[in-house]
Design a protein around this ligand. Structure first.
Ligand SMILES: Nc1nc2c(ncn2[C@@H]2O[C@H](COP(=O)(O)OP(=O)(O)O)[C@@H](O)[C@H]2O)c(=O)[nH]1
Ligand SMILES: [Mg+2]
Ligand SMILES: [Zn+2]
Length: 317
């Protein structure tokens, strides 16, 4: 009998799988041939075969998406999760402080992975108006990233800037397999707990308070939240983009890419003195010019960073 299942945790040769239509997970191994020719990762769909009490993965099914970094030296993808429908970029608006650059980096990844993203501004109960959050939200909405302002601590709080509420966020997640990304301490575990209506409880990372962390996620896992699933993955927490080729970076800034196509020279550096640069031309929509300028600045910063290491020296870590 062939049994369809989903990998919830992947530990080299041991996997925790949830069989379709059943609620418990089972520990399974994988056929040597399947292990040899694939990376079996969290979120993968597989076929199992049962012999006696043991299950074995006999086939990996085709993926709809891959969450990866490149190992340039080996010219190989290092995949951490598969079949993800939505990237949840979580940020705090109080402690730790909001960092635009971090969100831009995760957004860049979501374009590289070709998976739609949303930004969740968490801890709105502690927001002190110390940055222009409305500008930040418009900046992401301009590249098709929907924004939500919530408090995982007080999910019933109304939104202040007219963006999605906690309920809207729950609605957005219906039937998805999402991955949640964000710096440590922004409230990912708390968000998952509240989003599941407290069906799952994850230990929070209280480093700031007790001086040492309790449980922090150490491996990728799928968390079943009833009507949706969230993958919590420490593997992709690094915001470094230095495995991306500098010539390719602009492909993952769709707003800048479309403008840059009108630059007169192919190798345009997009500086004010660059001849024929479309960013300083007359075609830029004045309504969006502040957003575009801020995104261009961010792009240049990342470009400079990833250009420091020559491509042949790059290795993923
Ligand atoms: N005030 C406030 N605190 C929150 C909120 N969400 C999470 N926290 C707290 O922030 C700390 C870090 O949360 P945690 O979920 O462990 O963050 P993670 O490292 O991203 O998983 C914990 O002390 C949480 O109780 C929120 O919406 N408001
Ligand atoms: Mg956590
Ligand atoms: Zn230019």
């Amino acid at each position: 009998m062939i049994i369809p299942a989903c990998i919830y945790e992947s530990h080299k040769k041991e996997f925790l799988c949830k069989i379709d239509g059943e609620s418990d997970t089972v520990s399974v191994s994988a056929k040597r041939q399947v292990l040899k020719s694939n990376q079996l990762v969290t979120g993968d769909r597989v076929l199992l075969e049962k012999s006696g009490d043991d299950y074995q993965i006999i086939e990996l099914l085709e993926r709809t998406s891959e969450i990866f970094r490149m190992n340039i030296r080996e010219r190989k993808k290092r995949i951490t999760a598969a079949n993800v429908d939505l990237v949840i970029i979580a940020t705090s608006v109080s402690k730790p402080p909001y960092k635009q650059g971090v969100i831009d980096r995760f957004a860049t990844r979501s374009f590289q992975w070709e998976v739609p993203a949303i930004v969740v501004f968490n801890k709105m109960d502690e927001f002190q108006d110390d940055f222009d959050i409305d500008f930040e939200m418009r900046r992401f909405e301009n590249i098709g990233i929907e924004c939500f302002e919530v408090s995982a601590m007080y999910p019933d709080n109304p939104s202040r800037f007219g963006r999605g509420s906690f309920k809207d966020l729950q609605r957005k997640l219906q039937k998805t397999q999402a991955i949640i990304l964000g710096q440590s301490g922004v409230g990912k575990s708390k968000l998952i707990t509240s989003l599941s209506d407290n069906e799952v409880t994850l230990a929070s990372n209280d480093i700031g308070r007790s001086g040492k962390g309790s449980h922090t996620t150490t491996w990728s896992e799928v968390i079943e939240c009833g009507t949706f699933r969230i993958i919590d993955s420490p593997g992709i927490r690094s915001f470094s983009l230095d495995d991306i080729d500098s010539g390719e970076l602009i492909d993952f800034f769709p707003d800048l890419l479309s403008v840059s196509l009108a630059c007169k020279f192919n190798n345009c550096q997009h500086e004010a003195m660059s001849k024929g640069c479309a960013f300083y031309g007359e075609d830029v929509d004045p309504k969006n010019s502040d957003i575009l300028e801020s995104r261009l600045l961010s792009y240049k910063k990342i470009l400079e960073e990833i250009s420091e290491t020559p491509a042949w020296q790059k290795k993923s870590h």
